[in-house]
Design a binder for this molecule. Structure first.
Ligand SMILES: [Zn+2]
Length: 363
């Protein structure tokens, strides 16, 4: 049998498909050596993917829709060359169609197009199984593409902000941040934004922005470390990336269907990064992994709790921005204490900063 590599989509398999081998023999299609019980004349051919140049063979069985797609050009040629009639005729037409579309669409694809190629492939192809496409698509983005997307998002989200990497406070943030992200695959950049709002946020690819308002509101380096430890988990665990892909996916699917690719598409998502909310589950994950990062760095954990607790108890008509994205409920505070106890109340050295001095220098 002349087998070729495919992605196999079937009821019960992951929505992004599963690697498999396929072949044609005895006038039938075989997947992983097993005969597919469907007549070749009942198998449809369609083009999918970002450029409509990826080949899909699909059919229906009792359990639902099935499809296979060759994983690369080599597999695609093998599929086309070995497919018997009546599929071979359909495939020849599809191949011509694909190559002409490919030629047309190669023009004008920017970095964003590259970054979005895989997520949109998922959106285009898997519309009928749309659960958690964003999560899957974000998982599929390479580190390199994540960094390109992150750089774009950072640029747009911080447009108009007064950012700096220098100064006593920025140096302290960078040093504490480096301890918390030791061994990470991301090359972190730490920024201080001249902004009185008590807030901090993280951008995919390793950008962390801390407002001067947050630095001023903190009473110790440990409190700031608690916030940083939490925020970096939104990068490490790709929470923000998933959120961006999710927001982009729905909009972009439409505009890209019309051939409209532009960096403007990212704009209204990126500018809201500092207001991005994650669900309780992701917040809790960031709390837990953040505490673990503090433990590994030998930094006391109580700062994380005391900072959020302090913000919560401040009587104010307008709650701090950080609380709108990170609700400091009684429940969350108790959960934090329980996680700390669970992690074993580790020993720690006080961070070597007099925070009043750092605050005074940053004013
Ligand atoms: Zn968070």
């Amino acid at each position: 049998m002349n087998e070729f590599d495919i992605l196999y989509f079937a009821p019960g398999l992951p929505s992004h498909g599963e690697k498999a081998r396929a072949a044609f023999a005895d006038g039938a299609l075989f997947v992983n050596g097993r005969r597919v019980e469907v007549a070749l004349s009942d198998i449809g051919v369609t083009l999918g993917g970002f450029n409509h140049d990826q080949l899909f063979l699909f059919w229906h069985q009792e359990e639902g829709r099935y499809a296979i797609s060759p994983t690369d050009a080599n597999a695609q040629s093998q599929l086309i060359d070995t497919a018997p009639a009546p599929l071979s005729g359909l495939l020849q037409v599809a191949r011509k169609d694909a190559s002409s579309k490919q030629r047309r669409s190669r023009v004008g694809l920017g970095v964003l197009g590259l970054v979005l190629l895989l997520p949109l492939l998922a959106i285009g192809v898997l519309m009928w199984k749309s659960h958690d496409i964003a999560g899957w698509a974000a998982g599929y983005i390479s580190l390199e593409h994540e960094q390109q997307l992150g750089a774009l998002a950072f640029e747009q989200a911080t447009a108009g902000m007064k950012l700096r990497e220098g100064g006593v406070d920025a140096a302290a943030i960078r040093e504490i941040g480096a301890r918390l992200t030791k061994g990470s695959k991301y090359a972190y950049r730490w920024y201080v934004a001249e902004d009185p709002a008590v807030n901090a946020f993280a951008v995919p690819g390793g950008y962390v922005v801390v407002n001067t308002g947050l630095i001023q509101a903190a009473d110790s380096a440990e409190e700031v470390a608690g916030v940083l430890a939490h925020e970096v988990q939104h990068i490490e665990r790709r929470h923000t990336l998933k959120n961006i892909v999710h927001s982009l996916g729905l909009r972009a699917a439409l505009s890209l269907a019309l051939g409209d690719i532009g960096s403007g598409m990212l704009g209204d998502v990126a500018t809201r990064l500092s207001e991005l909310k994650f669900g309780r589950e992701l917040e809790s994950e960031s709390d837990r992994l953040g505490l673990l990062a503090l433990k590994q760095a030998g930094i006391a954990p109580q700062g994380m709790v005391s900072f959020f607790d302090k913000l919560r108890k401040q009587e104010s008509a307008a709650p701090p921005a950080l609380l709108s994205t990170h609700p400091a409920s009684e429940e969350r505070m108790q959960a934090l204490q329980a996680m700390i106890a669970e992690l074993g109340n580790w020993s720690s050295q006080p961070l070597p900063y007099d925070w009043n001095v750092v605050k005074a220098a940053g004013k």
